[in-house]
Design a protein around this ligand. Structure first.
Ligand code: 3PG
Length: 309
């Protein structure tokens, strides 16, 4: 029986990535359907009605979407964070959910470094800025992205420290010349630049706020290429109001965007639309990996990248 694979991306992949996905899907004898830049939920709900597999980006795969997808067997989030997929609803139907870890990490890591320099140079406006060389870079979570940020930071001459309670092997940090610290507190109090790479989970939600920001060194910058949900926005606003030296740059527009932009001027910056994984390379890596993972799952039962076991 032929399988139907839907790519549903509100923020479309680069054309070359879509072509590559089509090649892999059709080579396997399956059908590819494409839903890009859809305007409302209704379009997504009708597009999933007859598909066996679904590839998404940050698109919200809610219980409603899963209920509407009667034949759905697998969802692959082409990317790292799968907080946009209702894992419980999927698991209840026996639907396999996967991500494509590492495939778009370099793009995000490059953006994190770029954001540090952008803030150090007054948002590319006139006036004396500062350099990132010689500054301390704190990396919160040393996963696929954090690791690359660490190595790039070292290459830029930064003093790199990191915190990650889930990494058990010290050698991983040592190999990159990165100093492991034992607590979140130690990380923030030393970081001139703090790069966030934690996922949005029940544990991390709203976990970065007033206390941590207030503990940072003079002139420190918080860089968020992770998720807006991990930020306690009221706490960040309060800290930045009390301390006029603190800066915040984010790739995910906060709910308090207007307030932050109004109050903090050049000390705050948010990209117009999340662009961390928006490179042709990342689209191709993640998109093609997603297509391959679906074909491997159907042909050989491979569930290596499943996240809802
Ligand atoms: C990820 O989790 O992989 C990134 O946040 C990328 O998200 P995007 O596919 O929506 O750009």
């Amino acid at each position: 029986k032929d399988m139907k694979v839907l790519v549903a991306t509100e923020k479309p992949f680069a054309k070359k990535a879509v072509e590559g996905i089509r090649g892999i899907v059709e080579e396997a004898g399956y059908e590819l359907a494409l839903l890009e830049k859809y305007a409302d939920r209704a379009e997504l709900l009708s597009a999933v009605a007859d598909v066996d597999a679904l590839i998404v980006r940050s698109d919200k795969v809610t219980a409603e979407v899963i209920a509407a997808a009667k034949n759905l067997k697998i969802v692959v989030r082409a990317g790292a964070g799968y907080d946009n997929v209702d894992l419980e609803a999927a698991s209840a139907r026996g639907i396999v959910v996967m991500n494509t870890p590492g495939q778009n990490s370099n793009a995000v890591a490059e953006l994190a470094l770029a954001m540090m320099i952008f803030m150090a140079r007054n948002g590319f406006t006139p006036g004396t800025g500062s350099e990132i060389q010689g500054k301390t870079l704190g990396i919160h979570a040393y996963g696929n992205v954090g690791k690359l940020v660490g190595r790039k930071g070292k290459a830029m001459g930064m003093n790199v420290i990191a915190y990650d309670p889930f990494v058990t092997d010290d050698a991983l940090f040592e190999a990159d010349g990165v100093k492991r610290v034992a607590s979140v507190g130690e990380l923030y109090e030393a970081a001139d630049f703090l790069s966030l790479h934690i996922p949005a989970t029940a544990q991390t939600r709203g976990s970065i706020g007033y206390e941590l920001l207030m503990s940072m060194p003079k002139g420190a910058t918080l860089v968020n290429t992770a998720r807006k949900e991990v930020i306690d926005e009221a706490g960040v606003v309060r800290a930045m109001t009390e301390r006029e030296d603190l800066k915040y740059i984010t790739d995910i527009a906060p709910d308090a965007q207007a307030e932050m932009a109004g109050k903090f001027g050049k000390r705050f910056f948010a990209t117009a639309k999340k662009m961390g994984a928006e490179t042709a390379e990342a689209n191709i890596n993640a998109g093609l990996a997603a297509a391959r993972q679906i074909v491997d799952f159907f042909k050989t039962g491979d569930t290596r990248f499943q996240v809802n076991r």
